[in-house]
Write a protein that binds this ligand. Structure first.
Ligand code: DC
Length: 217
């Protein structure tokens, strides 16, 4: 099996940027697993708005890698629906298979894979040699998301962004299946006081240390 780096954490903690840079630095493939739930939400919404569980399951069963490149997956509407589809056990089972296929044979014959999400270190790949749980205060995450939306020219109100983020945190953490929580053997990286470069350097040194200690994992 390929070497797996598991990056979990709450929404807007900076996991994506970090995971993408780690993958590039290590020469590993990268999979944004949140994008899978977003694509399932988008497919389900195309079937019915609001979608029920039947549409969510049909969407999860029909999902292909090409759907991850659909435009519009980063909207707030898709974000909110993605955390609802992510709470449906049969959706998670279908999405787990998708992720296991990626890990078993990373694209382009890469020797490893970096996956970011909520349950990579706990459920998808509990044997991953390197696990990070990237987090930051809700206020710091809302501030970053707010600036990102402003940078994209999207209208945003900080208080509303913070409320949405807390709603999503609650749904992701309180759900019965695969709730968001650090794996027992994950290193927790709190980025509240770190900029992107500092967070990356810390993450890289932790991951390199873990991979060196588990060369054949
Ligand atoms: O990371 P993101 O915001 O793109 O994730 C979208 C939603 O998908 C998020 O609310 C939680 C869910 N998710 C999950 O349940 N498990 C994962 N491994 C990744 C994302």
């Amino acid at each position: 099996m390929a070497q797996v780096v598991a990056i979990d954490g709450p929404t807007a903690a900076g996991k994506g940027t970090l995971a993408r840079r780690l993958a590039a630095e290590l020469g590993f493939a990268y999979l944004d697993t949140g994008l899978i739930y977003r694509a399932v939400a988008a497919l389900a919404l195309a079937l019915a708005d609001p979608p029920g569980e039947a549409e969510m399951l049909a969407a999860a069963a029909a999902l292909t890698a090409a759907d991850l490149a659909r435009p519009g997956l980063r909207t707030e509407k898709i974000a909110q629906w993605s955390s609802r589809v992510a709470a449906v056990p049969a959706v998670r089972a279908a999405v787990k298979d998708f992720q296991l296929r990626f890990i078993a044979a990373p694209p382009d014959g890469k020797p490893g894979a970096v996956l970011d999400g909520r349950d990579i270190g706990t459920v998808i790949c509990p044997d991953a040699p390197a696990k990070l749980f990237v987090t930051a205060s809700a206020e710091a995450r809302a501030e970053r998301r707010f600036r990102e939306l402003q940078g994209r020219g999207e209208p945003a109100i900080y208080a509303a962004v913070l409320d949405d983020l807390r709603d999503r945190d609650r749904r992701d953490s309180d759900r019965a299946v695969s709730p968001l929580k650090p794996a027992a053997d994950a290193v927790v990286l709190d980025t509240t006081e770190l900029d992107a470069e500092q967070a990356f350097q810390k993450a890289l040194s932790i991951v390199r240390g873990r991979l060196a200690a588990n060369p054949k994992a």
